[in-house]
Design a protein around this ligand. Structure first.
Ligand SMILES: NS(=O)(=O)c1c(F)c(F)c(SCCc2ccc(C(=O)O)cc2)c(F)c1NC1CCCCCCC1
Ligand SMILES: [Zn+2]
Length: 257
């Protein structure tokens, strides 16, 4: 977009120079210190609607040089757990490398193998471009990915196409599926806090939900995610996570004790 001076994860310590919000006091990701979270029984289970898409619906899957992102139709909506209604924009992933994990948020200093973000915008605004500059503009649902014993059929709907979009800028159409399968079955237990985009321009306009239950992928699926994509320098697209940011005066709420 306009004024997009190029940024990379290598120079993440200098993002604040070109993008002042990146040096703000409500930045993401954060470490979630579970001893300091506030139990908030008023936090209702997250409810989704329209997330189950027929295979006839084709979705764009793109390597944008920073992540792999799946564009989502606005018919997908968050209908519970947030005070206002939010509609889906896209989902994308953050991961590590063969030598280490790459989630963005950490829990008690533990970094998970990877993390999914499903990005939504507040429907009181006309578009994500308008919404993303308002404090209640965006809602991102985050979940941690770990290696487990079984292949995850929902993540396979995305991972099976990565070899077709290895270079930056490539995209492919993938058949629709139940996008909710990418998120935990139990959407009652989560952390909630006010933060930001974890990429420049780092706008402090995201109401974050980070689920307590993690997703499991097979070892070979995690390897497919970590090994397939290249960035715009042609180097492996790996470790595309921002370091955790200071909480400052913020509190992290928990929907469970
Ligand atoms: N964790 S996050 O949500 O902050 C985030 C990242 F960390 C990200 F790294 C990204 S990718 C970098 C921004 C970008 C670049 C190209 C394109 C494209 O070709 O369509 C799209 C986006 C990325 F896309 C997002 N999410 C986007 C943030 C930029 C625009 C605001 C609304 C969509 C969410
Ligand atoms: Zn993200």
């Amino acid at each position: 977009g306009p004024g997009h001076s190029h940024w990379s994860y290598e120079d993440r310590e200098h993002w604040g120079v070109g993008y002042p919000d990146c040096a703000g006091t409500m930045q993401s990701p954060i470490n979630i210190d579970t001893a300091k979270t506030i139990f908030s029984p008023q936090l209702r289970p997250i409810q989704l609607s329209g997330y189950s898409l027929p295979a006839s619906e084709k979705l764009k899957l793109r390597n944008n040089g920073h992540t792999v992102l799946l564009e989502l139709p606005e018919t997908l909506a968050i209908t519970g757990g947030y005070a206002q209604q939010y509609r889906a924009v896209q989902l994308h992933l953050h991961w590590g490398s063969p030598s280490g994990p790459g989630s963005e948020h950490t829990v008690n200093g533990h970094r998970f193998a990877a993390e999914i973000h499903v990005v939504h915008y507040n429907t009181k605004y006309d578009s994500v471009t308008e919404a993303m500059v308002y404090p209640d503009g965006l809602a991102v649902l985050g979940a941690f990915l770990e290696v487990g014993p079984r292949e995850n059929p929902y993540y396979q709907e995305i991972l099976q196409h990565l070899h077709k979009i290895q270079t930056e800028g490539k995209e492919v159409l993938v058949p629709g599926f139940n996008i909710a399968g990418l998120l935990p079955a139990n959407m009652k237990f989560y952390f909630h806090y006010n933060g930001s985009l974890t990429t420049p321009p780092c706008y402090q306009t995201v109401k974050w939900t980070v689920f307590n239950q993690t997703m499991q992928l097979s070892h070979s699926q995690m390897s497919t995610l970590v090994m397939n994509l290249r960035n715009d320098d042609g180097k492996p697209l790996q470790n595309n996570y921002r370091l955790v940011q200071d909480l400052h005066r913020r509190q992290v709420l928990a929907s469970f004790q």
